[in-house]
Each structure stands twice: as C-alpha cells, then as structure tokens.
Design a protein around this ligand. Structure first.
Ligand code: DX5
Ligand code: ZN
Length: 214
C-alpha cells in the first residue's frame, strides 16, 4: 500500500518535528490539503506553508486542492515543489484542459471526486490522469467518519480503470484507519491518505507501518 499521511492533522506549532517524523517513517508521500473557504466550508493553509514543507520534507508532495478555479494556480503549485496536483472534478468546468496544464507543468495529475459524485462521470478522463482520489468524507475537515459507500466506489473505479486501460492509481481520503484501510485494500485501493489516524496516534511510525502493510 502507498501511504500518504495528511498534514492537516499535524501540530502546526511544531511542523518541523512532524516533518522529521514523516522523513524517518515508511510514508511514501505527504498529503497537503489546501482549502479556500468557498469550495469547502473551511480554510487551511496556502503556498508559503507548502514551500516551507517542501524544504524540510524528503517525500513527494501530494497536493489536494479543495478550491474553486484550481487552473489559476497550476504554476504556483508546481513552484512549491508538488509532485502530484489533485483537482476536484466538481471545481473544473474544463477538466481535460486543467489536466493538460498540470502535465505541461511537469506534475502528475489527479482528479478528485466528492462522496456524492458518481465514478461513472470519470469515464472520459480516467485515461488522461495518473491518479483518482475518492473522497470518503465530505471534504473540509479531518477526523470525520468514513462513508462506507466508498468501498463500492473503489470497486467500480477498479472496473473502469481495467476496462479503459487507464494507468491511474486509486487513492482514498477521509476516515482511514487500520479497519477501514483493510477494507479499502481489499476493495482495490492503491493509496491511503490518513490524517488523524497517523498524527493523533501514540506512535505515528507504527500507524504508518500498519497502513503500509495492508
Ligand atoms: C479532508 C481532507 C483530508 C483529511 C483527512 O477534507 O481532504 O485529507 O486531512 O483526515 P482524516 O484522515 O483525519 O479523516
Ligand atoms: Zn485531502
């Protein structure tokens, strides 16, 4: 399993310590949630913070933009050192163009869907993207309960990927822990994002290792 701990649940007063933990852990990527207070009912952090994180973090940055008009920020996301730029299907009128812009900027492109957005809507974009991020909570906050219908969506997405010959990996975000993570692995997920489960754990190294072995 590819593991992408979500920095949203880190201790922002001691970010350098948490990033040191991530560097020394088995985490594959670091997930960064950017929120604008418009697309989602919350505001998190922006580019200056991501730039700082990039200087200290040795793992690829998996940036999840929960913002309207993400196409306006492709070069800024790239300049922050992101390896993957995830945009929401629901935020892009011209998704195909945004995916091309992300690729032209030298990043991997991810498309994200909210819990109420059906997987079948991805049919005509799934071959163009490197990753599909399925939200297993309504985006905006860490620490929410896993929405179980996501397991069906992972299975449907796996079928769609196999049918179309897409190379996209399946990432799931929200309410992931050892139990839901095991169910997601069984359903066919490739990447697990985990915020609270990792950063609020007594032993974050152990939490990351547990997900890694699923
Ligand atoms: C929610 C964010 C998530 C969040 C996950 O809108 O996209 O990445 O940090 O947090 P947990 O794992 O605590 O549900
Ligand atoms: Zn996220």
């Amino acid at each position: 399993m590819i593991v992408s701990p979500s920095l949203l649940s880190a201790d922002f007063g001691h970010l350098a310590d948490d990033l040191d933990m991530i560097n020394r852990s088995e985490a594959d990527w670091l997930h960064l949630d950017v929120m604008d207070g418009v697309f989602v009912p919350n505001i998190s952090f922006g580019f200056p913070v991501i730039k700082y994180v990039q200087e200290l973090c040795e793992k690829p940055l998996d940036v999840h933009l929960m913002i309207v008009e993400p196409q306006k920020f492709v070069s800024q996301v790239r300049d922050c050192g992101a390896a993957i730029m995830n945009v929401h299907y629901e935020a892009c009128t011209h998704l195909d163009r945004v995916v091309q812009q992300i690729h032209n900027a030298g990043m991997k492109a991810g498309v994200t869907i909210n819990p109420a957005t059906p997987v079948c809507l991805l049919r005509d974009i799934v071959e163009q993207v490197d990753l599909v991020l399925l939200m297993s909570v309504n985006p905006g906050f860490g620490g929410q309960r896993f929405i179980r219908n996501t397991l069906n969506k992972v299975r449907l997405l796996r079928e769609l990927i196999d049918e179309t010959g897409s190379q996209a990996v399946i990432e799931v975000d929200g309410g992931v822990n050892d139990t839901t993570g095991a169910e997601l692995a069984e359903a066919g997920a490739d990447v697990l994002v985990a915020g609270n489960y990792v950063f609020k754990a007594d032993d974050p190294f152990e939490a990351i290792s547990t997900l890694k072995r699923l």
